[in-house]
Design a binder for this molecule. Structure first.
Ligand code: BV8
Ligand code: ZN
Length: 258
């Protein structure tokens, strides 16, 4: 591990990373809530406001929903409203551009906020679902978020079943196809970027380790060291909205030269 590489010493991008960016054929990126923080979306742990007194890990569970559907429903309504009011930030747009810079580009996100798609990424692999998609717990009918007016009361489907957000709650399985895609991308990419995640939630947090085991160059972009910082080849201590545009600029410069 080449250890933390903090911007400010000239370039944010180390010579090693610059070389990997110039040659990489397959780049895989895992994003966490930190990538949306600069859009004004509170990260999972800092829900803020009236939700301060709740532990999101308690609320984002099937148990909480079956015990108090109205409470969990109104938390997601509030989060959907928050997300409606924000825009993607330069970090999202840099990743949207990256998709056309490399032969293969795999964007894997833990975020449920739809911002990568709104920034223009053609292919987004959502490990934890999408807050704009709703599902009936009985008949499985899907609804779009804006079909449900923001309300304090949990909504019911015409079959009588409760409607839930189509996200993966703690204790629930991740969508098998998305997890399989992510594991394969981690296993055969040349460069793996872990961006804006505390790397505390499994099995998503296994992905950078899988990439390392298969010989990829693994880089973390986060103002704070994550739980896996010591496993990374390189840590860039910075905000994704500042670092990603520079990183993609560097890649574009090299690749337009070839
Ligand atoms: C499963 C959707 C199994 C819902 C989410 C003990 C040990 C290990 C694992 C476990 C354990 N006990 C239980 C488990 C399993 C559990 C787990 O991992 N728990 C952890 C907390 C210990 N995992 C699960 O339950 C998963 N399912 O394992 O099923 C199973 C097996 C068999 C049969 C049945 C089941 C399901 C996990 C998915 C949970 N759903 N989201 C919703 O959103 O409401 S996870 C949710 O929290 C988010 O999606 C995100 O991924 C995660 C963390 O949120 P945050 O902390 O906000 O975000 P992040 O971690 O990304 O941290 C923010 C970071 O950004 C920070 O590092 C910060 O420094 C950085 N940052 C801030 N600003 C910026 C920035 N970075 C860059 N730029 C900036 N500007
Ligand atoms: Zn139904």
């Amino acid at each position: 591990m080449t250890g933390p590489f903090t911007p400010g010493s000239g370039s944010m991008i180390s010579p090693t990373l610059e070389d990997v960016l110039a040659r990489a054929r397959h780049v895989a990126v895992l994003t966490g809530a930190g990538v949306s923080a600069e859009s004004g979306v509170p990260t999972f742990r800092s829900a803020g406001g009236l939700w301060e007194k709740y532990d999101p890990q308690q609320l984002a569970t099937y148990e909480a929903f079956s015990q108090d559907p109205d409470l969990v429903w109104s938390w997601y309504s509030w989060r959907r409203e928050t997300i409606r009011g924000v825009e993607p930030n330069p970090g999202h747009y840099a990743l949207a551009e990256a998709a056309s810079l490399f032969e293969r580009f795999s964007l894997i996100t833990q975020n449920v906020d739809n911002l990568h798609r709104r920034a223009g990424n053609p292919e987004v692999h959502e490990l934890h679902g999408n807050i704009e998609r709703l599902r009936c717990i009985d008949c499985g009918t899907f609804f779009h978020g804006d079909e449900a007016p923001p309300s304090k009361q949990a909504q019911r489907c015409k079959c009588g079943g409760l409607i839930r957000p189509d996200v993966v709650w703690f204790g629930e399985m991740l969508p098998a196809n998305e997890l399989q895609f992510a594991q394969q991308a981690a296993a055969n990419c040349d460069l793996f970027l872990s961006v804006g995640t505390a790397a505390m939630v499994y099995p998503a947090a296994m992905l950078p380790l899988t990439a390392r085991q298969h010989g990829a160059y693994v880089v973390e972009i986060n103002p704070e060291p994550s739980a896996l910082a010591h496993e990374m080849d390189e840590c860039i201590a910075g905000a994704s909205g500042a670092v990603l545009p520079v990183l993609i600029d560097t890649a574009r410069r090299h690749r337009s030269m070839t």
